[in-house]
Write a protein that binds this ligand. Structure first.
Ligand SMILES: Nc1nc2c(c(=O)[nH]1)N[C@H]1C(S)=C(S)[C@@H](COP(=O)(O)O)O[C@H]1N2
Ligand SMILES: [Mo]
Length: 308
């Protein structure tokens, strides 16, 4: 038997481009204050050591600055710049995640406990938003299955439901009825247990900035971005397919599965191509966002037009 020993990366070896650029800008009083206000707020401590993952794509990662300044996080507003601008109002420490429902041992975890639950890995993942843009993001996290195993799902646990923090005083967007808050997402249990579905705690080797879903979010890289719910406070194992926030808002536009599929268009946006942020020419969108070898088996025999 051969054991795969992943190489260790020291976080300091990683260069978050945007940060270096910004640091160079930090020179004089007023300019320094203005630039500092733009830096992501991190209430969490440094991340423990992490490993390079065998699941990373070889695609070139987007810059740190691109990833923290072009976001969808409607709790902070609907413009791409709103999350970076307003993210300072979210408090992520202390933070707990409750795991309940069809489980033998319901549990509550704080972030420190979650960080110690399994070895952290850097996973460089493709991210495809249903709006037609994409990015490549170096997340730090581990497979969601590590957490689910801790609570021992019962045989009735067919789906997993995730809920974002409800706090209108911290999330200006929740003071408007854009969605039926709180944001809720869901996965089928086999999808949730798939090693590619990860809980994310960090980005470019640092704790997650608030605009990217601090202190803990999901990344499900073969599905459209909206499945990757941010700032999670509750995980519930359930028997019935969860009612998700986007499905409630527009059931004909946001199906439960939402696997990336260039052959099935969204009513308002073609899914055949995508624009990688930072690139000029469009790329062809890949089935399951390029993760078909790993995930297609879960959907064998399913009509992916019907179950979009
Ligand atoms: N709670 C919450 N999670 C969310 C969203 C949101 O508005 N609220 N937007 C989703 C969408 S549409 C996308 S594309 C991704 C964007 O993640 P990123 O800003 O880190 O790239 O987050 C997803 N998770
Ligand atoms: Mo999205």
């Amino acid at each position: 038997m051969s054991i795969y020993t992943p190489p260790r990366i020291d976080p300091s070896e990683i260069t978050p481009e945007g940060l270096y650029l910004r640091r160079r800008e930090l020179m004089t009083g007023a300019a320094a204050l203005a630039a500092a206000a733009l830096l992501p707020k991190a209430e969490a401590n440094a991340l423990p050591t992490f490993y390079k993952s065998k699941y990373s794509t070889a695609d070139k990662a987007n810059s740190y600055n691109e990833i923290i300044s072009y976001n969808n996080f409607y709790e902070f507003g609907t413009d791409k710049g709103d999350p970076a601008e307003h993210a300072g109002s979210l408090h992520t420490n202390p933070w707990t995640v409750e795991v309940t429902g069809e489980v033998t041992t319901p549990k509550r975890f704080d972030i420190d406990a979650l960080l110690k639950l399994a070895p952290l890995e850097e996973r460089i993942y493709r991210h495809r938003c249903v709006e037609g843009w994409s990015m490549v993001i170096p997340w730090v996290g581990y497979s969601l299955s590590n957490l689910l195993k801790q609570v021992q799902p019962t045989s009735k646990a067919k789906y997993v439901e995730f809920t974002t923090l409800m706090a209108p005083e911290q999330f200006p967007g929740q003071r408007q009825a854009v969605l039926d808050w709180p944001y809720v997402e869901g996965l089928r249990i086999d999808e949730a247990m798939h090693p590619l579905a990860i809980l994310v705690f960090g980005l470019y080797g640092k704790p997650l900035p608030n605009q990217n879903g601090a202190p803990i979010r999901l990344s499900v890289p073969w599905k459209y971005g909206f499945k990757s719910i941010k700032s999670i406070v509750k995980i519930r194992l359930v028997e019935q397919q969860p009612m998700t926030a986007w499905y409630k808002a527009a059931p004909n536009e946001y199906g439960f599965y939402s696997n990336v599929n260039p052959e099935v268009d969204h009513p308002r946006w073609s899914q055949a191509t995508e624009r990688r942020i930072g690139e000029f020419f469009k790329r062809k969108t890949l089935m399951f966002n390029g993760y078909g070898d790993e995930v297609a088996g879960m959907y064998k025999g399913m009509d992916l037009r019907r179950y979009f």
